[in-house]
Design a protein around this ligand. Structure first.
Ligand code: SAH
Length: 364
């Protein structure tokens, strides 16, 4: 029986377990512990959880192990592509009927998956479609890693335009606030960066965790010793406006969030990204670019870069992207302050797959 939406825990999955726990789980099923390594190799090296592909295991063990340790946690129900097939958005059903989305983007020198870490989001940013949904629930580690495995496998199998490829980057910029699901997100990061066959063997610097600025969680992440890239969704340099755009700002202010970002840089050596959705006549004023440049420089040089993003439209929102010349002036001002600035290329806005557009709508 399917539990009610958003209730109950996802079934235990191999990926939720540490290597030691994987051996114990395999032994508890009456199998030799070394089978755990074979399963890990199938999963993380061959990107497979399909027992029919596990031909180095005895047929009877194969099905039993897969049934107990590889429950189907994410089921693709629809894919939409854009940019001549270089952007693919997948809608997933989770075990309890909850829906999330992920977006795979193919570039010349990297392939990036944007994953969801929560179904919905509790941060209520008014310009973000996910923020309008409220939070349904946190995703488990395996539910997040499964989005990654599926994308890596479809790239490897040549299902994405451009021929067979390798997944190089993961960004936690899909649905949800990753640092509000701290434990599962950090466990996911561990699975992504652990060398094969214990994990996917990705480089920590190619994993980006994007946050509204949950200060204690930023500090906690800085102490983990895994130098993932931190992105801070700032959107305004002044508290009055930021509290409207990013409501959690009433708990941790602009200065507190920027101080935490700076501490993250000091702890990890990783340059922090400042995300700034440019919203026409809201936050795109030249004086705000100057104030942002000053606040960043007050905390040192060379520790940060800025990623302005033209606002993507969301249903029911009165806001729209800045005029091109206003955007150009904003960027020029930041650069004049010496802040490296690149306007984010928005992918997939025609399939509601761009930043802030993920609402897991089935009937669009
Ligand atoms: N909750 C996290 C991660 C998800 S959003 C965070 O807020 O950082 C990923 C990025 O998309 C964030 O920088 C977010 O502010 C931005 N975003 C949200 N809505 C947007 C929109 N309508 N247009 C452009 N960017 C948007």
């Amino acid at each position: 029986m399917t539990p009610p939406k958003g209730r109950g825990k996802p079934p235990r999955h191999f990926v939720d377990l540490t290597p030691e726990e994987r051996r114990e789980a395999v032994a508890a099923l009456g199998e030799k512990p070394f089978r755990a390594k074979q399963l890990a190799t199938h999963y993380f090296t061959h990107l497979s959880s399909d027992p029919s592909e596990m031909t180095d295991l005895p047929a009877a063990s194969r099905d039993r192990l897969a049934e107990a340790l590889f429950p189907q946690l994410v089921t693709p129900v629809r894919t939409l592509s854009a940019d001549a097939g270089a952007t693919v958005k997948t809608l997933w059903h989770l075990f309890d009927g909850v829906k999330v989305e992920s977006v795979l983007m193919r570039y010349a020198h990297r392939n990036t998956l944007c994953v969801s870490s929560q179904a919905g989001c509790g941060m209520a940013c008014p310009f973000c479609a996910t923020g309008q949904l409220g939070l349904t629930r946190n995703l488990s580690t395996a539910e997040i890693v499964e989005q990654v495995r599926a994308a890596a496998r479809s790239l490897a199998d040549g299902e994405v335009a451009g021929g067979p490829g390798r997944l190089t980057n993961v960004v936690f910029m899909g649905m949800g606030e990753p640092l509000a699901n701290y434990r599962a997100v950090m466990e996911t990061v561990r699975r992504l960066v652990a060398p094969v066959p214990d994990g996917l063997g990705m480089s920590a610097r190619n994993v980006t965790v994007s946050t509204v600025g949950l200060v204690p969680a930023i500090d906690r992440m800085a102490a983990e010793g895994i130098p993932v890239t931190l992105a801070l969704s700032l959107h305004a340099p002044d508290d009055e406006l930021r509290s409207e755009l990013v409501p959690i700002n009433t708990r941790w202010t602009v200065d507190e969030a920027l101080d935490a970002a700076r501490r993250y840089f000091e702890a990890t050596g990783r340059r922090v990204s400042i995300e700034y959705a440019l919203i026409r006549d809201m936050n795109d004023h030249a004086w705000r670019a100057d104030l942002l440049g000053e606040k960043l420089n007050a905390r040192g040089r060379g520790w940060v870069h800025c990623n302005p993003i033209p606002l993507n439209p969301t249903p029911g929102s009165k806001w729209t992207a800045s005029e091109p010349e206003v955007e150009a002036e904003f960027v020029a001002r930041l650069r004049a302050h010496g802040i490296p600035t690149t306007v984010r290329d928005t992918r997939g806005s025609d399939i509601d797959g761009a930043c802030g557009q993920l609402a897991a709508e089935e009937d669009v």
